[in-house]
Every structure is written in C-alpha cells, then in structure tokens.
Design a protein around this ligand. Structure first.
Ligand code: PMP
Length: 385
C-alpha cells in the first residue's frame, strides 16, 4: 500500500537539496561559528549565507533575523520578551505556542487578552480597535491559520496598530510556499517562521525583529545572535532552512498555483464519489491559503476517520497536530463558533502541491471507502446513520 501524505501543515518532507546542503555541516564542517579559527569561520560564513537567503524570502534585512530552535521558541520570545511592557492582545485562533506563552503572563484580562474571531476565523476588527483604545504593548495576529487556512486582515491590523503606536507580532509559519508574505509592511514588531513547514529540517526557526522593536532576550549567556538569543547555533539546521528558503522563493508562484489546482482536483474527486462534506473557513479562495482544507464529514467522528485513513494509507490530521492524539475539540473551530459535535466531526487535510492526479483520486477513493465502511458498521450496530 503506497502511503499518501496529506498533512503538510503539520510538517513537510525535507527537500533533497536541503539534505545535500546540510550534509557537509553534519560531517566535516563541525566548527563553532563563534570560533575565530578557520573551522569556525567556515561555519560562520554558512550561517550568514543562510541568513541572507531567509532575509530574501521575508524581504528583511539579514541583521534583523534571529535564528531559534523553531517557531515555538520564536513565538515565545516575541510574547515573553514584551513582558511587563503592558497588555498583549491576541487573536483567539493563534497557535498554542502564542496563546500559551501569553497564558504564562497571568490571568486573561490582566496582562493579556484574547480578541474573538468571526465565523470564518478572522479577527474581529471592531473588537481589536476597542481593545487597542485601552492601550497595548503588542498585538499578536497570525498571517494564516494552520487549521483552517484563513488569512488574517494583516494590512488592516497593521494600520490600526500603527495609529496607536503598538507593535505587531505575526506568526507567519504557514505562509512560505503557500502565499506571499513579507515583513516589509510591518512598521514595528516581529514575525516568526519554522524551517520544517517549507521543506527544511525540524528544530530550526527564525524570529524577525524590527530594528526599533524592544524585545527582552529570553535566552542569555554566550551573546550569540547579537545578544538576542544565546546558544551555539544549529549550523546544519540553519543551513538547511536557508536552502529551503532559497527554493521556496524561486518556486513561490508555481507552488501556489499547484496547491490551488490540487485542492480543486481533490474536492472534485470527493464530489464525484458523492462524499458529503462541509468546509470551514472563508469560502472565498482569496481569503485563505490554497491547499488547507478544514473539513467536516457529517456523522463521522474526526478521530475515527483519522485512524481509519491511517490504516488505509492516508495521513491527515485533527485540527492542529500539536493537540492531536486526544479527541478534544479544536480550539480554532470552537473560537469560530462551531458546536462541539460538529467540531469533533472535523479533520484537516493539508496538501503539498506536489500530488499527482492519481494520488488525489486515490486519496478521495480511500476516504470514500472509509466513510462507506463506517456507515455500514453503524447499520450493523443499529446506530443512527
Ligand atoms: N505557529 C504555527 C501557525 C504553526 O502551525 C506551528 C507548527 N504547528 C508553530 C507555530 C510551531 O512551530 P514549530 O514546530 O517550529 O515549533
């Protein structure tokens, strides 16, 4: 049975070019980039070249990038580094690495506050404006949601925050390879990326910090990353993310188009098989990422479907991968107002864009079979269909 991987928002396969770029730094090139000798200088050069590649992807200045152990660390630094500066406002659909970092600041309403979203998962601008009126030290709004793919109205958020001179943190983890994203329009604040979400290795990410944005360093010690993040750099990981960023920038347009095509083909393949499905998020393709499908199969528990599909050779996820394993309703879908029963009937299918027509057809066929099997076993049990 050939497996079909449809969980690219959880993580992506490491690109072969990335592996090739990393190999020298896992074998001979073991120098510490902080060392002044030749071995160290080779590593330093590699780290700085990778920084330039990531900067090109983000349209940033290389010196404004801080390499981290991933987006969880970058988000934690962005939130916790503003501790004591005032209240932090977050959209209710932020990734747990943002929401839970804020929760560490104390009870909601005091040092931080969640701003509700509408039924498509988009931040309520009226409520954000109201909250900003009371003063804030930071607004954290993700570029696109990892579960439903909804794009946030970043332009509007940035404009409103700038009027009040409030910096903005943008979790842009889901953007590379799926949608254009640049930090050029962020007047003050920070943005995070994660290498493994766009063909790079796991355990490496980046935080872009506007040169005038005040952020208290969280990891201190050796003074690496201009004193903004201590710890010997993950040289091979950084080099891998740099190569992934380079490829991502070169292929941006084709990849986005491929994702949109794959999504249409896949949905059409489901429709042709008579599979009843409800899609969450913005119905307008301009309002969401291509290839991210938050779907409800009425009458089927998402967790059961995930397990059945895994056995049938298709990898999908329940809401976000970080909380899967437990059949808890998705926090994102709940924030969008979906009732719990419907929430628990929802799964996330996220495409990579590289799927062949045959793979998409086969995935739809396997899904359809799993739903039929489930329906007939319900009948055996006398359960409502
Ligand atoms: N933010 C978003 C939107 C994500 O999807 C993820 C990954 N699930 C993260 C942050 C965390 O990234 P990492 O895996 O690099 O810690």
């Amino acid at each position: 049975l050939t497996r079909i991987y449809l969980d690219h928002n959880a993580t992506t396969p490491v690109r072969p070019e990335v592996v090739q770029a990393m190999l020298p730094f896992l074998t001979g090139g073991f120098g510490n980039p902080s060392s002044p000798h030749a071995e160290g200088r080779v590593a330093r050069r590699a780290v700085e070249e990778a920084r330039e590649q990531v900067a090109l992807l983000l349209e940033a200045e290389p010196r404004d990038l801080v390499f981290t152990s991933g987006a969880t660390e970058a988000n934690a630094q962005a939130i916790l580094g503003r501790m004591g500066e005032g209240r932090i406002l977050l959209s209710a659909v932020e990734h747990p690495s943002v929401l839970d970092a804020a929760a560490a600041l104390g009870p909601e309403g005091g040092s931080w506050r969640r701003i509700p979203v509408d039924g498509h998962g988009r931040i309520r601008m009226d409520l954000l404006e109201e909250a900003l009126g009371e003063g804030a030290a930071l607004v954290a709004v993700m570029a696109a949601n990892n579960e439903v793919g909804t794009l946030q109205p970043l332009g509007e958020v940035l404009r409103l925050a700038q009027e009040r001179r409030v910096p903005v943190h943008v979790d842009a983890v889901q953007m590379p390879g799926k949608h254009t994203f640049s930090v050029a329009g962020i007047p003050s604040g920070s943005a995070s990326l994660s290498g493994h979400k766009f063909g790079g290795p796991k355990g490496v990410g980046v935080l872009w910090v506007h040169p005038e944005h005040r952020l208290r360093p969280w990891l201190r010690g050796g003074g690496q990353e201009r004193g903004r993040r201590a710890g010997t750099e993950n040289v091979a990981g950084i080099v891998g993310m740099g190569e992934a960023a380079r490829l991502c920038r070169l292929e941006a347009k084709q990849r986005q188009a491929a994702l949109a095509r794959a999504e249409l083909r896949f949905l059409e393949a489901l429709r042709r098989r008579g599979v009843g499905v409800q899609r969450h998020g913005d119905p307008d393709p301009a309002g969401r990422l291509p290839g991210t499908l938050s779907l409800r199969f009425p009458g089927h528990r998402g967790q059961d479907l995930l397990i059945a599909l895994d056995l049938a050779g298709v990898a999908i996820s329940l809401g976000s991968a970080c909380s899967s394993g437990a059949a808890e309703p998705s926090r994102v879908l709940a924030a969008m107002g979906l009732p719990t029963t419907e929430n628990l009937e929802s799964v996330r299918i996220s495409l990579g864009g590289g799927e062949t027509v045959d793979e998409l057809e086969e995935a739809a066929a396997r899904i359809s079979r799993c739903l039929v099997v489930k329906r007939s076993s319900d009948k055996d049990l006398g359960a409502p269909s």
